[in-house]
Design a protein around this ligand. Structure first.
Ligand code: ATP
Ligand code: MG
Length: 604
């Protein structure tokens, strides 16, 4: 479900949206930090006044009284610095987790609305990483401005103002230094950015390669390629080392610049102050104030170059995340979409043209009607478009032209949630959540009781293997369900369908991983599940569908035969040939030559 208002597609406006949402906290942190920095950099001023007093007074009891003012000011400013900066810190820690939560939730909600095509073309891990990095980027960039850049600006402004009151030339010196320092830091950081990016890219390539290698560990072992893999990964590590060296060489430049400019400010202020004092243009108080201010400015502005670099990285992360995730959804509910209510269960494709790429159509002008409560078997060679047809009914893709309707309603005019509530799919290779078996089955109906879950499992013939699992219904199934066999996963998926019990049901090779004996055992339950529903069954094993009301034979995106099993067998066409050629109930791998010729001459 998309968030209530659409997410901005520009990275800046995206970040500002969250600053605005948390404006109270951000403003508080900002004000506290302003106060803290002003107090901090004003301390040297009181030091200056203290020094002036000490130089003029004789060390007796009256001196303490005379110095009370600047001493109190010194203490008060130090206290204010501490309290205000801790208050700002509190605002930060109270806001940060909520801010991240908000960004993550919004991005994840937007991500959910993307099409199957989007997810097929992306890596799940990379998307998850983007969501997390973007959320972190927004908070870090915000805090970098409030806690890094803003205090530096305040410190420099206050320092120059205070100095200009007692010595304009010194103020000019510090001001000029600050201008050059900030500009050069920015320029250097900017010039380092491409190298830092290359380094980051090299790091993520290496980690991607390691992940790919780890997930294919079975192949690595079975082909005895451990050494090969280590060399393969080491090649990428070498590239990473080279990128790291270049990047570090450039960051080192920034460090040198920083150290040299700190030195110039320290020594320069000292030398300049001594000269001004000698010429009688400043007093000893101003001397102490200017030199200790220079030291404070250096402490504050130290690492400005590195902070710029980090800031660019955060901004880059936000840009990346927004560019990848916050795009328009390919398949979105229309503004006036209604909830689909299946009353009869008629599915109709009218003149549908569709290709995953428009220039390579799989269906051209395909029309097909599945009558209410009809149970239809779809047969065809691998790649003939059966699963694609199913995807169009589920509106996982929109056809380039033509229409898919359910009970006369275009699937594009109803909400996708209502469509998927009422059209259930049991896929060939169902993936499960790494949650317990109970949770996986209950996914079909979230309010199902434990008893219903057990009943559904029993009807899907899954109760025996679940009972034999170490923790029964509480057993975890491994990532995507890898700890179950293909047939066990299919039975969990069937159990889910029993709970969901939708009026339209599609089985795409849903029992293909079951042996014929188990499939037979399941048959009665499946009949039960299919009763009173519109059902489409895609199967290579013809015995699975022979008893259905109607069989539709597909070839290269066209319906080549349509009728009951008896009709088609007696017709002596494609289906009859497939039926007679079934080896052990399965289709042969290739179209026999004579059939290829008949189907070509038919289509001509
Ligand atoms: P099978 O019996 O092997 O499951 P099928 O009849 O279900 O085959 P489809 O999956 O519909 O075949 O595929 C039809 C064609 O579309 C194939 O040529 C396939 O390569 C292509 N295809 C399938 N999915 C995609 C996709 N996500 N992107 C691009 N092309 C695809
Ligand atoms: Mg398929």
């Amino acid at each position: 479900m998309p968030p209530s208002d659409p997410l901005p597609t520009s990275p800046l406006r995206f970040a500002l949206r969250y600053v605005w949402l948390f404006r109270g906290w951000c403003l508080a942190a900002f004000l506290f930090e302003t106060g803290a920095s002003t107090a901090g950099i004003s301390i040297p001023y009181t030091l200056g006044r203290l020094t002036k007093g000490i130089a003029a007074l004789r060390p007796d009891a009256s001196a303490t009284l005379a110095l009370r003012g600047p001493m109190l000011a010194f203490a008060a400013l130090s206290l204010a610095d501490m309290v205000l900066s801790r208050s700002a810190g509190n605002c930060q820690f109270l806001t940060s987790p909520r801010l991240r939560q908000r960004v993550t939730n919004d991005l994840y909600a937007h991500l959910q609305g993307h099409s199957k095509r989007f997810f097929d073309a992306s890596f799940a891990g990379a998307l998850a990483h983007r969501v997390v990095e973007t959320a972190a980027g927004v908070t870090q960039a915000l805090w970098a401005i409030i806690f890094d850049f803003w205090p530096i600006a305040i410190t420099l402004a206050v320092a120059v103002t205070l100095l200009s009151q007692s010595s304009p030339p010194l103020a000019c010196f510090v001001g000029g230094w600050a201008f050059v320092f900030c500009t050069v830091s920015y320029v250097l950081a900017k010039s380092c950015q491409p190298y830092a990016r290359k380094h980051a890219a090299a790091r993520s390539v290496t980690s991607g390669k390691v992940v790919d290698s780890v997930s294919n560990m079975a192949s690595v072992r079975l082909f005895a390629r451990s050494l090969f893999e280590r060399h393969y990964i080491d090649g990428y590590l070498e590239a990473e080392v080279a990128a790291a060296r270049t990047s570090h060489r450039f960051t080192e430049r920034i460090r040198w610049f920083q150290h040299v400019s700190s030195l110039i400010l320290k020594v320069g202020t000292l030398w300049f102050s001594v000269r001004l004092w000698r010429e009688g243009r400043i007093d000893v108080g101003t001397f102490v104030m200017s030199t200790s201010m220079a030291l404070l400015v250096i402490t504050e502005a130290r690492n400005l170059g590195r902070r710029f670099m980090e800031f660019f990285e955060y901004v880059g992360n936000i840009e990346n995340g927004v560019r990848t995730i916050v795009r328009a959804h390919e398949i979105a509910d229309r503004g006036d979409a209604t909830a689909l209510v299946v009353t009869r269960g008629e599915i109709r494709l009218r003149d549908v043209t569709f290709g995953y790429r428009p220039d390579q159509p799989i269906f051209e002008g395909l029309s097909l009607t599945i009558r209410p409560r009809e149970r239809v078997g779809l047969v065809g060679y691998s790649g003939s478009g059966k699963s694609t047809l199913v995807s169009l009914i589920l509106r996982l893709y929109d056809p380039q032209s033509g229409q898919v309707t359910i009970d006369g309603v275009d699937v594009r005019s109803v909400t996708q949630d209502s469509l998927h509530e009422q059209v259930g799919l049991i896929p060939q290779d169902p993936t499960l959540f790494h949650r317990t078996l109970r949770e996986n089955i209950r996914y079909g109906r979230l309010d199902a009781t434990d008893a219903s879950v057990r009943d559904a499992a029993a009807r899907a013939d899954a109760d025996d293997f679940i009972a034999a699992s170490p923790d029964g219904y509480d057993s975890l199934v491994g990532e995507r369900g890898v700890q179950l066999s293909g047939g066990q996963r299919q039975r969990v998926a069937i159990a889910r369908a029993f709970l969901k019990n939708p009026p339209i049901l599609i089985l795409d090779e849903a029992t293909s991983s079951l042996d014929s004996v188990t499939e037979k055992a399941l048959q009665a339950s499946l009949e039960d599940l299919m009763s009173d529903k519109t059902v489409i069954v895609v199967a290579h094993r013809l015995s699975t569908i022979a008893h259905l009301d109607r069989i539709v034979v597909f070839d290269a995106g066209r319906v080549v035969e349509d009728g009951t099993h008896q009709d088609l067998v007696s017709r002596d066409g494609t289906y009859a040939l497939l039926w007679s050629r079934q080896v052990d109930g399965l289709l042969p791998d290739h179209l026999p030559d004579e059939l290829e010729r008949t189907s070509l001459s038919e289509s001509a």
